[in-house]
Write a protein that binds this ligand. Structure first.
Ligand SMILES: Nc1nc2c(c(=O)[nH]1)N[C@H]1C(S)=C(S)[C@@H](COP(=O)(O)O)O[C@H]1N2
Ligand SMILES: [Mo]
Length: 187
C-alpha cells in the first residue's frame, strides 16, 4: 500500500517569529504570528487566494477526526467540519495522478500528499488500541470547525489538515494534520 511520503518535513522554526496565542497565556503550543488568514492555492502559474468567508461558504464535509502523535499521544475523537481538499485543489486548475500536493504553514512545516492520498486513500489507520486496521472511507479536509466551534490557534486554526472519517473510532497519524495551513501547492 502507498505510504505517506514525507519528502520534506522541515521545521524551520525561528524562535523570533514564534509566540503564544494572542490573548491566551497558558498555551504550550508555539503558534506562528501573525496567524494565516487566507489559504493560497498554487498550481503552475495560477495562484488562487481564498479567505475565511469564501472557504466556509463552500460545501462542507462533517465527520470525525482522531489522531495520534509520533510519540503515541491520542487526540480526539473530535467532530470536525471543513472543506474537501479535492474541492480546493479543483479551484486552481488541472490535477492528476502525476501531481503531488504540498501543504504548508508559516512555521515552515510541510507535508506532501500524493494523488491517492488527496482522494483519501493510502493512509495508515489504527483502532483505539493503536492496532492497524483496514482503512474505512477517509476524507481529506481543511478543517475550520472542531467540536462545533471555530478552530482555535492552539489547535492549529484557523485552518488545519485533517484525515476525516465517517465514524469516531478511527485514528490517523497526526503528522499529516498540518496546523495553520496557509499554502496548498500542486506540483
Ligand atoms: N504547522 C505545523 N503542523 C503540524 C506540526 C508542526 O510542527 N507544525 N506537527 C505535526 C505533528 S508531527 C503532529 S504529531 C501533530 C501534533 O498535533 P497537536 O499539536 O494538535 O497535538 O501536528 C502536526 N502538524
Ligand atoms: Mo508528531
Amino acid at each position: 500500500m502507498m505510504r505517506l511520503i514525507p519528502v520534506l518535513c522541515v521545521c524551520l522554526l525561528a524562535a523570533a517569529c514564534i509566540c503564544g496565542c494572542t490573548g491566551t497565556a497558558d498555551t504550550a503550543v508555539a503558534v506562528p504570528e501573525p496567524l494565516p488568514g487566507n489559504i493560497t492555492i498554487i498550481n503552475g502559474e495560477t495562484e488562487t487566494v481564498l479567505d475565511w468567508d469564501t472557504i466556509t461558504a463552500m460545501p462542507a464535509f462533517e465527520g470525525y477526526g482522531y489522531s495520534v502523535s509520533t510519540v503515541g499521544i491520542k487526540s480526539g475523537p473530535y467532530d470536525v467540519k471543513g472543506v474537501r481538499l479535492t474541492d480546493l485543489i479543483a479551484l486552481a486548475g488541472e490535477f492528476g495522478p502525476e501531481n503531488l500536493t504540498w501543504i504548508s504553514a508559516p512555521d515552515g512545516y510541510l507535508w506532501v500528499f500524493d494523488y491517492e492520498q488527496v482522494q483519501g486513500g493510502g493512509f495508515i489507520t489504527l483502532d483505539d488500541g493503536l492496532k492497524e486496521i483496514p482503512a474505512p472511507p477517509l476524507t481529506v479536509i481543511i478543517m475550520y470547525e472542531q467540536d462545533g466551534l471555530p478552530l482555535t490557534c492552539n489547535d492549529g486554526g484557523p485552518f488545519r489538515m485533517v484525515i476525516a472519517t465517517d465514524t469516531p473510532d478511527v485514528i490517523t497519524e497526526g503528522s499529516s494534520w498540518v496546523k495553520w495551513v496557509d499554502t496548498i501547492e500542486v506540483k
